[in-house]
Design a protein around this ligand. Sequence first.
Ligand code: SF4
Length: 557
Amino acid sequence: MIVTILDGYVDEPAALGVPPYLSHYVRYIAGAAADAGAEVRYLTVDAWRKEKKTPAGDLLVIIAGALVPGKYLRGTPISYNETQVVASSFPGTVILAGGSAVYGFGEGGGREARSLLGLSSFISHFCSCDADAAVYDYLTKGSFSDRLRTTAEWNRWALKGAFIAREHPDHPNPLICEIETYRGCVRYLNGGCSFCMEPHFGRPVTRETEDIISEVRELSGQGVVNFRLGAQSCFFSYMASGVGMTETPRPNPAAVKELLCGIRTAAPGLKVLHIDNATPAIIAEHPKESRKVAEHIVEYCTPGNVAAFGLESADPDVKEANNLNATAEQAMSAIKLLNEVGNIRGGNGMPHLLPGINLLHGLKGETKRTYKLNFDFLRQIYDGGLTLRRINVRQVLITGGNEKEGWTGKKYHGEFLKLKRRINDEINRPMLKRLVPEGTVLRDVYLEKFDGGASFGRQVGSYPLLVGIPYEAGLERFVDVKITDYGFRSVTGVEYPFPINGATVRALEVLPGIGKRRAQAIAAARPFASFGELEKLIDDKNVSGRLGEFISIGNSD
Ligand code: SF4
């Protein structure tokens, strides 16, 4: 039996699988299939797109779950139409896994998700529970199930599926593996936030520290060097006490330390270790323990780390109507705490640990005032001298007619667009300048795309900054970049140190103060044996002085 996994990428609140990420879903399914004795093959949807050949195999597992598809630098999630094409041409059995198997295909926030009806003649099973368990049951018992994996299966399949990381086109670097620490949300007690399905899993099921470490060890043995502990609703709640009794359990710094320290030992070649989600209410309610957790994150993880806070709305009426997790005041105190502990620049040029803020529009109870309150909240953060790594403003995905239940959906779409513009103009750009001041060198930026005369890349990790280099700098390689300018959500820079003797004229032009005329003169006078020779050529001391901060003059140039 050959099981082929077509990775159409997931992008869910607690699971990312868009390259360079490899989601845990893929690895668990591979592990379950291998455990059942099947031969497992893997291909990404981008690999399939190149020739659009029907994949070989007996069972095809299509993974799709970009519920609110964003803009991706590369690696576009599988669409409804592509799923239809590949599923209808496959001669064997096809199943659909990931969020799309439950909610349909998201086509943008504020819009209705596309239903699965049109796919039902090609797809035998839509996994509404754990796809790995469904695959295992099909292979061992002949029929698909809709059940949760047991803890023993979870651990076994996580280990057995680690081999699939080697098949990913980004292996070994910049590949980054999403690691799950627990499933569910501590707010299951009161139903959780109105838009979220996580509380429906019931009481959170937490993985034992040694089990997570074993998975990391196995992945490390497969050559994986980048990890993100991103698959959980709140990293600060890992092994927290009071789960099941309160929606703000007390964080457990000792358990977090044991986990992070164990991961560092298990993966000696590790390059990146990041986290993702955190609940501001928990941090605000337990500042002492949360500070300790943040300190452990700073000590054992790598810089550029982000704890994404799902505030969703600073409007108290919207919080009330949607049972959101935190007040604006709680979020503010959590933002302050993380800034105090984590806003120290690390070796890769980024601060060690910063908060991100998620705002969600289209919820119940929203009015025009909500937009003002959300903007004012962000303004207060900026004016208070605090730094956010990222502000994510989005609209709810409409599924199954939830608009009828009082959600405002796209009712205030004009206000939504205005808010986004205002945040870009007044917050995002100045915040970026605060985050990475001009002249900062960002290390190990992986170049992924050349478009419109510019090269684009990112560091590996949680919500990496988009970095543009305004000339052709090559692809699929790591470079250090010195920041020269800012967009709304991206920065511009040049390779550092800049190879003055080998660079193209176009690249010379974008150096600070150079421009077309001086670039031509520099190109004509090359090679330079010393900085003094270059200085003589440039008729302006300020410009040549500035240039000295950027360039290298060496034999290799
Ligand atoms: S805090 Fe809210 S959004 Fe986050 S996982 Fe829990 S219910 Fe979902």
